[in-house]
Design a protein around this ligand. Structure first.
Ligand code: UDP
Ligand code: MN
Length: 299
């Protein structure tokens, strides 16, 4: 039986979109988002979670109605170029606190995004509508080397009491959690220090820690979707160029994948691309014009 959605839900106004970024990436990565998909969503549901003030992006956010959130509680990433595990977990834990601000109680869903993802919001809204919001939902895509369940190690003291010893996790860049599951695992993951400490106890980064918390501490389960992609895969091969309109989350490879043996310039292929690779290495501008040929940036 199909559930009747309120206009509020079908417009995606019950979904919080939280993008984690850092000041040093603003110039390099944010233009791809602010020039493209962020113009197609209701900005008031989008929270850019960064670590410093930035006049240009505070202004651009204001123009689109996007919340610009500075969280400095986690300090600086000391181990650049590889940020410390505690620091990144702390940043995600801080993003999660937004769900518990009194002005944000209307959100039934928290969707986390890295700053190198193109989101097709209409498709996300349709997908999320299939999940009852009062379930322990966790939606994402397992990382390629980790399609198999991840095993808890003996050192991971926090979950010693769990009878299960395996869990699945949605890999890094993009996943959604229902408020119902968040409420259950709040003490471990909501708040910078809480998630930082949980990661430290589990000896895992934030995506694995969240998977472990959902499945072993909260009794939830990862629902897989093949419409979310991450740059741990060969994007030109993995994303069929004829299906771009149906996808939800499309990244490009610009992070550690580029530097540590991943595919250099990992990006989707866009048919009849409006921009050359030099003009648009992420391919996000070309993708945007493929989806919305009338958009102002399209030639
Ligand atoms: N990030 C951050 N602080 C840092 C480094 C990275 O908040 O010091 C964020 C970054 O903006 C992105 C996410 O963490 O949203 C993943 O970073 P990146 O894409 O560089 O790494 P990879 O995807 O290769 O793990
Ligand atoms: Mn990345």
């Amino acid at each position: 039986p199909s559930r009747k959605l309120s206009d509020f839900e079908s417009a995606g106004n019950n979904i919080m979109i939280a993008i984690r970024t850092t000041k040093k990436f603003h110039q390099k990565r944010l233009p791809y988002l602010y020039d493209t998909w962020l113009n197609k969503v209701n900005g008031s549901n989008v929270f850019l979670v960064t670590d410093a003030e930035d006049e240009e992006y505070q202004e651009r956010s204001k123009q689109l109605g996007i919340h610009y959130v500075v969280s400095s509680l986690c300090g600086e990433s000391l181990l650049w170029p590889i940020p410390s595990r505690w620091y990144l977990c702390c940043r995600t834990g801080e993003a999660l606190t937004l769900m518990y601000k009194p002005q944000n109680i209307q959100y039934d869903w928290f969707c986390y995004l890295d700053d190198d993802i193109y989101l097709i919001m209409e498709n996300l809204i349709k997908l999320i509508a299939k999940f009852p919001k009062d379930e322990l939902s966790y939606i994402g895509r397992p990382g390629t080397p980790w399609e198999k369940p991840h095993k808890v190690s003996e050192k991971q003291t926090l979950i010693n009491n769990s009878t299960r010893k395996h869990y699945h996790f949605a890999s890094g860049g993009f996943y959604c959690l229902s408020r119902t599951i968040l409420d259950k695992i709040k003490p471990w993951i909501v708040g910078g220090h809480n998630l930082g400490d949980t990661c430290r106890q589990l000896l895992e980064p934030d995506d694995l820690t969240i998977g472990c918390a959902v499945e072993l501490l909260g009794g939830g389960k990862l629902s897989r979707t093949l419409l979310f992609h991450h740059h741990g895969m060969n994007l030109a091969k993995a994303v069929n160029a004829n299906t771009l309109k149906d996808q939800i989350a499309i990244p490009y490879g610009c992070g550690q994948m580029c530097k540590y043996g991943g595919i250099v310039d990992n990006a989707i292929e866009v048919p009849n691309a409006a921009f050359s690779f030099d003009e648009d290495p992420s391919r996000f501008r070309s993708l945007h014009c493929h989806l919305y040929p009338q958009a102002t940036i399209c030639k």
